[in-house]
Design a protein around this ligand. Structure first.
Ligand code: PHE
Length: 337
């Protein structure tokens, strides 16, 4: 039996041992009661007398070499797992997924509305939330002391009597028309503010999307066709739309636009107050006095404008019954979008 060969085999086995458990198995295999060393020792009496002494020494040397190798390996394996904090790491275990947010429902509806109008050639513009009294009112044909100012109840800035939080997105009409010549087709998403008492359908802040188009020969039927395409895109193609006469100082004629109730399809239910119709926006042909304010030729140009409340559209679309839900940051609500 070649002791050197055996030793080479043992050294290879030990260096391959990857864990304390594997090392223990090798220890039993070589040093155990029925292990290799015991086997070699018990084979000595069968040897020729003159060979016994030499072989016995070799086996002893092998045994002590084995003991010291096992001891070293034990130290290095214990040191390795010590570095990992003695924690068992299961590399096959699934990872912990990062929590991803999603688009806020109001942002989602604004994006959807802007996309629909972009397809019709409208540009998207924004304006400031702190506005001048002129842009919010005077430029829109709502002079000081005009009673219709009450309808756009307003937060004024303390110490800045001519500045306010815009009560609608219509002041961006004035800004855009003063900055650009017709033809002009623009949609304007943004926040607006009104000092309303908060309840399930009112907040002091909400979102609107304004739209307007100015060119030669723009007619009321253009307004109607544009809005019809819009409501069918946002809601569904079987939706009906109607115009009710209304008054806005900055449009003439003006209308409020209703869609057939999304829930009862026009038959009348509690969501539409038995009317079968839901109001979704205000619209009309831009008043000549607005063109005068922005310096457009009133004889040459005509145009239409409309404005809608986004929370209301989101509530109708998703069947949400309390506007406050949008702004409470309750993840149980927001995760649904
Ligand atoms: N600015 C109006 C409002 O806030 C809506 C509107 C916009 C009406 C444009 C007509 C034309 O109620």
């Amino acid at each position: 039996m070649d002791i050197n060969l055996i030793q080479a085999q043992i050294e290879a086995d030990l260096s391959n041992a990857g864990s304390l458990q594997a090392l223990e198995e090798l220890r039993v295999k070589y040093l155990g009661r029925k292990g290799l060393i015991a086997e070699l020792t018990s084979s000595i009496p069968a040897l020729a007398v003159e060979d016994r002494g030499n072989f016995g020494k070799e086996v002893n040397a092998l045994k002590s070499r084995l003991l010291s190798l096992i001891h070293e390996k034990e130290k290095s394996l214990a040191g390795d797992s010590g570095k990992a904090g003695n924690v068992d790491v299961d590399i096959g275990m699934p990872g912990i997924a990062a929590v991803l947010g999603s688009t806020h429902p109001i942002t989602g509806i604004i994006d959807e509305i802007c996309t629909i109008f972009s397809r019709m050639g409208f540009s998207v513009l924004e304006g400031p939330e702190v506005e001048t009294e002129y842009n919010n009112f005077t430029g829109l044909n709502i002079p000081s002391e005009h009673p219709s100012r009450d309808a756009f109840d307003t937060f004024y800035l303390e110490n800045y009597p001519k500045l306010l939080l815009r009560s609608h997105t219509s002041p961006v009409q004035v800004r855009a028309m003063k900055a650009h010549k017709p033809p002009l087709a623009v949609v304007v998403p943004g926040r607006v503010y009104r000092p309303d008492a908060v309840d399930a359908s009112h907040l002091f802040m909400f979102h609107q999307v304004e739209g307007f188009l100015v060119d030669e020969n723009i007619r009321f039927s253009d307004l109607k066709g544009t809005l019809e395409f819009f409501v069918k895109s946002v809601f569904s193609s079987d939706i009906k739309m109607r115009f009710r006469p209304h008054f806005f100082p900055f449009t003439e004629p003006s209308a409020e636009v209703d869609i057939s109730c999304l829930i009862c399809k026009g038959k009348g239910c509690s969501a539409c107050g038995k009317k079968g119709w839901l109001e979704i926006l205000g619209a009309g042909m831009i008043h000549p006095n607005v063109f005068k304010q922005v310096g457009y030729d009133q004889k040459k140009y005509t145009g239409f404008a409309f404005g809608m409340g986004i929370e209301r559209i989101a509530m109708l679309k998703y069947g949400i019954n309390d506007i406050r839900l949008f702004f409470e940051n309750d993840l149980r609500f927001l995760k649904q979008f």
